[in-house]
Design a protein around this ligand. Structure first.
Ligand code: HEC
Length: 137
């Protein structure tokens, strides 16, 4: 009896060790994936290039709708701010690229809109904000 129990016990200990290694490899992969997808919180170059292309043909009328639906609750329908920053002169503070990036990734207590708004909607609302609240009219 006892001479059979020993190799059996050794096998199951080895099995447990192999499983523990597999689990930690899996955890390391998950951690790596999560870190890679967070990307430091900045809009990736590829996202910004795509958004800039969308901005080139942005639809300001669509942007006005998007602003009313998704932004005015914090920024005020006249852009004067509230929970969100006042948007007057926003086109002088932010380049188009930085403006697109703020909407894509969020900033401070502003939530990110990547995955919520389409590229066309983000481009449109940025164009709307720059033409409506910026100094260039
Ligand atoms: C939940 C509230 C909230 C919503 C909704 C929101 N924002 Fe904001 N937004 C903020 C806050 C707060 C800031 C200031 C962030 C900071 O710098 O800490 C901000 C900052 C900004 C800025 C930077 C302004 C500047 O002068 O630097 C832009 C641009 C902006 N928001 C655009 C938008 C757009 C476009 C939408 C809608 C698609 C939107 N926001 C929706 C809260 C919000």
């Amino acid at each position: 009896m006892s001479h059979r129990a020993t190799p059996c016990g050794a096998r199951s200990r080895r099995f447990v060790r192999v499983r523990a290694i597999r689990v930690s490899v899996a955890l390391a992969l998950i951690v790596a994936l999560v870190l890679a997808s967070c990307g430091g919180g900045d809009a990736a170059e590829v996202d910004l290039e795509r958004l800039e292309q969308a901005f080139a043909s942005a639809d300001v009328a669509l942007g006005s709708e998007v602003f009313g639906d998704s932004c005015s609750v914090c920024h005020g329908s006249d852009g004067s701010g509230g929970v969100g920053a006042a948007l007057g002169g926003v086109d002088e503070r932010l380049t188009v690229r930085d403006h697109l990036a703020v909407v894509w990734t969020g900033r401070g207590s502003m939530p990110p809109f990547s995955g919520i708004l389409t590229d066309a909607e983000i481009a449109a609302v940025v164009a709307y904000q720059r033409s409506t609240f910026g100094d260039e009219r």
